[in-house]
Structure formats: structure tokens, C-alpha cells
Design a protein around this ligand. Structure first.
Ligand code: GGG
Length: 372
């Protein structure tokens, strides 16, 4: 009798297009389970935490919610953001309310150029481009430290303080993570993003830690680039990039730029990892809730489906994860594209095309049981 590996997933569709793209990813996971012929199963528990839920209940994550999430192997997240709730309330109420207490300190955001997808970069036509943004996900500009009205000076004289927190341990763990990742890639290079010319405390500490850790990885090429210069480099010399490690805010901005350069924000996948596995990791498309197209069924599910493949990597289902990524490439390569990429396929059509490719790939090369 074959043994079944069962993975328990907490699904949080959240706001806007989150629901439809998470449904697409779950459809693909369902196919992976079906093709495994009983060796893999996914147990999905959906949590309705969203801005609508917040407006009704006064909170996104209810009491005991994190304890519930803790019992799952992974969290599959859609998006957060609503015109009815201030952005800082929704972000801190849901996404950061999970990433921070679960110490998901490494946010991995691959920048992937897919066949059949037109990039605004002319260089992408004849150069292989592929890099990963590694985002420090627990501190930096997202430490949530500061306050308003500190001086009590009254209307028109308000003072607001937003403090970045950079700890030596926080810098060290993400920079080390970036070096370890670089060692697994064809191009062994880490580019550190800094702004130490202007930010003479936190970013100088970041630079010093980078220099110290780099000495332990002599086989990995390094560079340290100011964030402004790095944004130019993304456009002008992306072929020089392999692993880009940056603070929370810098990486958030640069990864959006990266996915736009790859063709669309709808393509970008991400993994919020707690590498020590003390807490479940969370997988989500980089894009937000896109209220302008929510409910129309036309969102691009590729970012969410790719994020599901990153979840399978985390589960050790590497071959299945690769097959999902291959299925996506086959679909875009065949010219089947969603609207944000200039095509006319809706969310459901894109998802079914990827599922069909997955089945075809599996029929040609079933995942060997030894891989599991
Ligand atoms: N799926 C990602 C998402 O919903 N992001 C919402 C957002 O506003 N993120 C900003 C951030 O994480 O810095």
C-alpha cells in the first residue's frame, strides 16, 4: 500500500482578486494531488479574514487565530487592501499580523522572464534574465516603531516619527540566507542594496555585516550598490544580477520594479519563510488586491500559482514544483496570456490551460517515487 503524505494548508484569500487567484492555485494543487495517485494530499482550511471581515468584526485576525494558523504546514495568502479601510490598518491588520509574529524573516521574490511574455526591456529579447530579490521581512523600515503628535504642538504642527530598526542579527541572518541561496544558483553572486551614504547608522551596519559575511563565502561574487543605482541597474544591466538582498522597504520597491520589467506584477511569486520552521511559512503573489478588476474574473493567476509551486518546494515536493513552473512556461510560450500581458484569457481559462499542461507533462514524465 502507498503511503500518503498529507500537507495541511491554511488558505487566506483576503481582499479583491485574492479570492480568485487563491482558488486558481488551489485548483493546481488539487491536480498535483490527483496526479500523485494517492501519494500526496492537501488538506485546505479556509479563513475568511479580509477587510470585509474587519468591517464586520473589528479585527482581521481573531483571538486565537494565530494559534490556529500555527497548526498548519503552510499558509497560502491572496491579497490585502481595500478602499474602505486605510492601507496601514489593513496591511498591519492582516499580512504583517502574520509575517511579524511568525518571524517569517526571509521574503523570497524571484523575478522570472517567461516565454511568450513581452518585457519592456529590449535586452530581454536576446538575453537570459532571471534573478531573485531577497527581502528582509522582519525589521528595517517595517519595524512599526514611531509615533505621531509627539510634541503636542497642536494642529498644523504635527510631528511624526517612523524609525527603521536594523539589528546585527537581523542583517546577518538575511545576508547569510542570500549567500546560501546564491551558492545554489548557476551565477554565484550576491548584490547588496544599501543607502549608507545618507543613512549613516542602520545602513552602515547593514554594509558592515555584508562585508563580514562575504568573507565566509569567497566562492560567491559580491557587490554593494546604492538603492538608487540598483533601480537603474535593474533596467540597464539586469544580466549582472543573480541574488539581490535588500532591506524590507528597498526590496519591496525593487521587486515590484523587477516584476514590471518581467512583464507584469501579476507574474510575481513570493515566499515569506521562517527558515527555522518554528512557524509555518506563508506563500502569496506579490501583487495586491487590485480593486479595479476585482470580481471580473480577469486577474492573472500566474503569481499565485507560482507561489503555490514555491510552497511545494518548501514541502520537499521539488519535482512537482518544477512541473508547475514548466506548465506555466508552456502555457505562456504557446501564447495563452491573461489581459495584463496583452492576451484575452480570463483567470479560469489561464488556470485550466496550466492544469492541462500539468497533466500533459505528468503523462510524459511522471514524478518518480524516489524523488518523494
Ligand atoms: N499579496 C501581497 C499583498 O497583498 N500586498 C499588500 C501590500 O500592500 N503589501 C505591501 C507590503 O507588503 O509591503
Amino acid at each position: 500500500m502507498t503511503e500518503t503524505q498529507t500537507f495541511s494548508i491554511a488558505s487566506i484569500p483576503g481582499d479583491g482578486i485574492g479570492g480568485e487567484v487563491v482558488a486558481a492555485g488551489l485548483r493546481v494543487l488539487d491536480t498535483v494531488a490527483k496526479l500523485s495517485e494517492g501519494t500526496i494530499a492537501f488538506e485546505i482550511t479556509e479563513y475568511p479574514w479580509s477587510s470585509e471581515y474587519y468591517l464586520e468584526h473589528g479585527h482581521y485576525v481573531p483571538e486565537g487565530g494565530l494559534e490556529e494558523l500555527q497548526g498548519h504546514d503552510a499558509i497560502y495568502f491572496g491579497a490585502v487592501g481595500s478602499s474602505e479601510v486605510p492601507d496601514h490598518t489593513s496591511l498591519w491588520g492582516l499580512r504583517l499580523a502574520i509575517t511579524q509574529p511568525f518571524d517569517q524573516w526571509a521574503n523570497i521574490r524571484p523575478v522570472t522572464f517567461l516565454p511568450g511574455v513581452e518585457s519592456p526591456l529590449r535586452k530581454a529579447d536576446d538575453t537570459d534574465l532571471d534573478w531573485v530579490v531577497v527581502r528582509e521581512n522582519s525589521e528595517g523600515e517595517y519595524a512599526g516603531m514611531g509615533g505621531r503628535n509627539l510634541s503636542g504642538r497642536g494642529p498644523g504642527n504635527e510631528v511624526a516619527l517612523q524609525t527603521s530598526l536594523h539589528t546585527e542579527k537581523g542583517c546577518e541572518r538575511i545576508i547569510r540566507f542570500a549567500f546560501d541561496l546564491a551558492r545554489t544558483r548557476a551565477v554565484k553572486k550576491v548584490s547588496s542594496v544599501t543607502k549608507s551614504n545618507a543613512q549613516q547608522y542602520g545602513m552602515v551596519l547593514w554594509d558592515e555585516v555584508f562585508t563580514r559575511i562575504a568573507k565566509e563565502y569567497r566562492d560567491v561574487e559580491t557587490e554593494s550598490v546604492l538603492v538608487d543605482a540598483m533601480s537603474a541597474k535593474f533596467v540597464l544591466h539586469p544580466e549582472d544580477l543573480s541574488v539581490v538582498v535588500a532591506s524590507n522597504l528597498h526590496a519591496d520597491i525593487l521587486s515590484d520594479l523587477g516584476s514590471a520589467l518581467a512583464g507584469s506584477l501579476g507574474l510575481a511569486a513570493s515566499a515569506n519563510l521562517n527558515p527555522e520552521k518554528r512557524f509555518p511559512s506563508m506563500f502569496e503573489p506579490v501583487h495586491g488586491s487590485a480593486p479595479d478588476i476585482a470580481g471580473q474574473g480577469v486577474s492573472n493567476p500566474i503569481g499565485a500559482i507560482s507561489s503555490a509551486s514555491l510552497m511545494l518546494d518548501q514541502f520537499g515536493l521539488t519535482a512537482e514544483a518544477l512541473q508547475i513552473r514548466q506548465a506555466i512556461e508552456n502555457v505562456t510560450g504557446a501564447g495563452i496570456l491573461p489581459r495584463d500581458l496583452g492576451g484575452d484569457s480570463n483567470t479560469l481559462e489561464m488556470t485550466e490551460a496550466i492544469v492541462a499542461q500539468l497533466e500533459a507533462i505528468h503523462a510524459q514524465t511522471p514524478v518518480p517515487s524516489t524523488v518523494k
